[in-house]
Design a protein around this ligand. Sequence first.
Ligand code: GUN
Ligand code: FE
Length: 464
Amino acid sequence: MNTPLRPGLRGRAIIGDFFHAPVLDRLEILFDTLIEVDEVGTISAVLGPNDPRRAEAEARFGDMLLRLPQGRYGLPGFVDTHVHAPQYPQLGLALDAPLETWLNTYTFPLEAQYADLEFAAARYQLLVEDLLAGGTTTALYFATQHVEASKLLADICLALGQRALVGKVAMDDATACPEGYRDATPEDAIAGTRDVIEYIRSHPDNQEALVLPVVTPRFTPSCSDEALAGLGALALQYDCHVQTHCSESDWAHGHALSRFGVTDAEALDGFGLLTRRTVLAHANFLSSDDMDRLAGRGAGVAHCALSNIYFANSVFPLRKALERHVRVGLGTDISGGPSASMFDACLTTVRSSRMLEEGVDPDLPAERRGRPRSAVDLVAAFHLATAGGGDVLDLPVGRLAVGYRFDLVAIDATARSGGIRLFDLTEPTAIFEKIMHGATRANVAAVWVDGHQVVPSPTGEAVR
Ligand code: GUN
Ligand code: FE
């Protein structure tokens, strides 16, 4: 598959109004700012209106300067740190059962269908198009157990220009995985994972490493000790990312405790699966010691606030994890979480953290109802959905700063068909809040990944 030529900003510059949150508690407003992009898609200068280099830069770029029109605002592209690509057809469905039932009743049968590559191609194409159109410029994907369909997902991300990390799901335990949808042996789980890693690393259209491979044991209940150990060795050998689910629900957490006699996180560490490039999805039941272990290894958490409401029996103690120096990004967990939008992920993160702080049972007295100092605000959630995700993945994305990749979403806050109504607001933080609460796909006017434009304006005209 050839990568199509896309209009882009490589070797050019853009002037406009931008928001980003380089640290947890600071929204930076870059009004009337010029962002320069080098020939390989890296931000090489960020020049405010009073920067002494600004006039020279404007003159130098001349016609090659793109100006965001009035009413458009640039945000760093979103980093979704937990997506089950094959579950997209099930988005909004099958939310009526606990995790272990949901997997067997709905999810494994759906995923098994991706053995059919035609079935897979149509669904993966729509998913990647939709995520890009919603502003997700980087996605960490679980594919399925199938080697060929996992390769196909990587092909589609490359063809559409999405930064992606793709893992063939390893699942070989016959007691936890259905006949017909599992790796036949631990060796198969390991060899299939290796095959997909090598395919992605040597892909002719992937010379810039836009797509990266990921070692992906589904979760400890679905993998034998032999598979887990072999996958840990692969992660070390290939120095690649690792993703899995960890201590997601009472059942999953208890399963690990009774099988290993230690927590899921400790067991994963023992298999060599807790590294600087590991992302643990959910992780709701991490102990304080587990959090310290993650912080020590540099491993991160994909916080999936919406999915947790349905499947995790609890609210992830986000503020506590951050205070213990655990890296955290946000994830939609399509389709455990019934929304593909990272705007939604931000809002649900804020709301669930407030419910954890305040508590939910009105029969309890206020002082015993919640967990103090748990709430995070919108800026923190936006930080985690962008820069935090980049930090978890160890990738230079999520900030509008020199040295970062130019992954940008242009929001048209004036789109009639969108959900943002600014009225006569001019105060920047109010505009930011309106964008975060109101933005829909119709407001996403343009998206760039690595300096390439991957989403045109909804009117069909490129923002040039
Ligand atoms: N645990 C194991 N597999 C899954 C999955 O597909 N989704 C979620 N949310 N948890 C899991
Ligand atoms: Fe998940």
